[in-house]
Design a protein around this ligand. Sequence first.
Ligand SMILES: [Ca+2]
Length: 262
Amino acid sequence: MSKLILLAALIATTAGCGSLRTQAGREFLPPPPPGKQWELAWQDEFSGARLDESKWNRLGDWKRRDGYWIQNDAYLDGKGNLVLRTRKDGSRFTCGAVNTREKFEHAFGYYVTRCKLPKEPGHWPAFWLMCDGVNMVGNDGRDGTEIDIIEVPWRDGRLTSNLHWDGYGKDHKSAGNKFARAGVMEGWHTFGLLWLPDQYVFYVDGKETWRTSAGGVSQVPEFVKITEEIGTWGGEIQKASLPDLFLVDYVRVYDAKPKAGD
Ligand SMILES: [Ca+2]
C-alpha cells in the first residue's frame, strides 16, 4: 500500500512536467533493425533557464521569407520547453529557429520531438533534418536530402512530411505526404522519423504515416532543425493574433546498436 501511495504522490508531483511524464523508457520507439536495440544517442529536454548553445545555434537576426528570424524569438520557458515565438515587431513579423549545425550531425536512427503546435495563421512550425549535400546535383538524395519530418502550414489537422534533394534549382526533386490527424492542433504530440539506410518511416504519436525510399535515402550525417517560418503557405500573417507560440518539450535521437551480449 505504501508503494501505491508513493507512486500516486510521484504522479501528482510530476503531472505538470511534460518531460518527466514521457521518460525515454516509456515513449514509443519503432521496431529496431534485426539484432539491434535502441540507445539514446543525443537529446535535449530543454530544461533549465537558457537554451544550451553547446547543442543549438539560434538563427538570426536576418530576413527569412516574409518575415525575420530573430534570435530572441527562440528561448526556453523555464518549464522544460523550447519556445519558438512568432510575433509582430513594429511593421515586421518575426519568429524563431534553431539548428544543430556543426554541434550535432548524424546519419540514421530514430529522431523524435514532442510538441504543442501554434494556433494562428501565416506561419508554420517544422521539425527537419538538413545538410549541405542537399545542394549536390546527382546521386539522387544519397549525398544529402532535406528531410522534413513534419511541417504544419494548416490549422485544420492536416500535416505534411517532405523530402527534397539535388538542390533547389532546375534539378530539384521532391517527394511528400499530406495527411490529417484529428486533434493534432490540441495538446502535445510526438513526431518521429525512423531513418534506415534503405528507407524512411514517419510517425505521429507512434502511428506510421508514411514509408518511402524516395531519392534513394540520404547516406550522410545531417543536423536537426526546429523552425518557424512566416509565409503565405501558412495563410495570412496579417490575420494572426500574435504572439503565437510553438512549444517543444524535447528532441531525442536514438541509434540502433548491437544487442548487448550479441
Ligand atoms: Ca544529390
